[in-house]
Design a protein around this ligand. Structure first.
Ligand code: ZN
Length: 353
């Protein structure tokens, strides 16, 4: 049976003209130069795919933070242009998410002038695009669109409240530092040393959806629920704690999950950042984490093509992305959800992120 529509996903390309080296915890090799041909291979595949691949979601960290160390801002722009040249080969829209590595390379103002700011990608003039509210001077990277009748896709900004990207003088940076330092007592705030369980998420390379974006998300989900749409949500940082990986997690994940659980329209979330395949079924929501391109050795792949059907999605994995079928569980009423599976929201509420 033909899918209703299909789209591509790819995560953590992290391209840099840099020698291979191990990640911070010395467990995984990063193949920086191979990331570009690997991205090219994904785009080629989507273009030749017999199915019509309507669009691609790039889940963030498309270039690596080490570019600034290699050659300053000029190198960041050069490398971004190489990556975008590859993605520009794809004839449809590419939806970009903001990851921590974008914010190591660029300020938010600079990102707004780049091709990573979806508003300048051209396709935003279509009726399907609904820009985030314009009543705030802070630049927004979150928006929603309908790729097909009956579906709503939500692109989230995992760093709307974060230490990264806003600049030292910005109140968001100061607020974020207060959040972090109230939990993380390390001098190096990227270190989780001393933090236990899900508290390990309080590190500088993570961030929060934040209050204004959560309010916006609530409105989008309410509207989707009223219109009987199915919703898929995309963020760079995972939305749900995996028992094996508690560090790569939104600071305010509990408050975000509380919102998602109020609506039965949400069928899945997609994230990167973790660099591994991870999956959790939480109530009626499939939480899917896509592994990183940069940690895929030459000769292998790391991308997915998702077929969307009326009752399920099929992730067709390539290389390190595993293939899987996810059946919608909307028949599970939101009220019957085991809310107990979500930890107390007190901690984050106290920080009023
Ligand atoms: Zn990341």
């Amino acid at each position: 049976m033909e899918p209703q529509f299909s789209f591509g996903v790819i995560a953590d390309v992290q391209y840099a003209d840099n020698d291979n080296c191990y990640n911070f915890s010395q467990t995984n090799m990063r193949y920086y130069r191979n990331a570009l041909p690997s991205l090219r291979n994904a785009v080629d595949h989507w273009m030749k795919d017999k199915r019509n691949i309507s669009f691609v979601v790039q889940l963030g960290d498309v270039i690596d933070g080490c570019n600034t160390k290699n050659g300053g801002k000029a190198e960041s722009w050069r490398v971004l242009s190489l990556v975008m040249d590859e993605l520009d080969q794809f004839p449809g829209p590419v939806h970009h998410l903001i990851g921590n590595h974008e914010l190591y390379n660029f300020t938010r103002d600079e990102l707004c002038e780049s091709k990573l700011f979806s508003v300048v990608n051209g396709f935003m003039s279509t009726q399907n695009y609904n820009c985030a509210r314009e009543d705030d001077s802070r630049k927004k990277f979150y928006y929603h669109f309908s790729p097909f009748e009956g579906y709503r896709f939500v692109i989230m900004d995992s760093y709307d409240v974060a230490m990264l990207g806003w600049g030292e003088d910005c109140s968001v940076t100061q607020q974020s530092r207060e959040i972090l330092t109230s939990v993380n007592f390390n001098k190096e705030l990227n270190s989780p040393v001393g933090l236990k369980g899900n508290d390990r998420r309080f590190v500088e390379f993570n961030g929060a959806i934040g209050e204004r974006q959560r309010q916006w998300l609530k409105e989008v989900l309410q509207s989707a629920e009223n219109d009987n749409e199915k919703v898929m949500i995309f963020g760079h940082i995972p939305f749900y704690p995996h028992k094996k990986d508690q560090m790569c997690l939104l600071w305010d994940y509990e408050l975000v999950l509380e919102i998602l659980h109020k609506f039965s329209c949400v069928v899945a979330t997609f994230a990167g950042h973790l660099h591994r395949t991870r999956y959790t079924l939480d109530a009626n929501i499939h939480h899917i984490c896509i592994p990183a391109v940069v940690e895929t050795p030459p000769g292998s792949d790391a991308f997915g093509t998702i077929d969307v059907y009326a009752n399920r999605i099929i992730l067709n994995g390539h290389g390190s992305v595993e293939s899987e079928e996810f059946i919608y569980r909307q028949n599970v009423l939101a009220q019957e959800v085991a809310v107990g599976s979500v930890a107390t929201k007190k901690e984050l509420a106290d920080h009023s992120i």
